[in-house]
Design a protein around this ligand. Structure first.
Ligand SMILES: [Zn+2]
Length: 61
């Protein structure tokens, strides 16, 4: 399941209004606005994303 890295809602690729490729990854967004926010500062959002996913894994153990 994909999710919007900006507002963190889950969505399927079909539901995504916008998408962006960054460093070989495809990111899906609920809106053009979220895509714009991501592209303004992809490194910061990518970093948060990694932290968030790591926390998620820890919680699920
Ligand atoms: Zn969004």
């Amino acid at each position: 399941m994909a999710h919007d890295p900006v507002c963190r809602i889950h969505l399927t690729p079909d539901e995504a209004t916008a998408r962006a490729s960054y460093r070989g990854m495809t990111y899906y967004f609920c809106s053009e606005e979220c895509r714009r926010i991501f592209l303004e500062n992809p490194e910061a959002i990518r970093k948060e994303e990694v932290q968030w996913e790591t926390e998620g894994e820890v919680q699920s153990l």
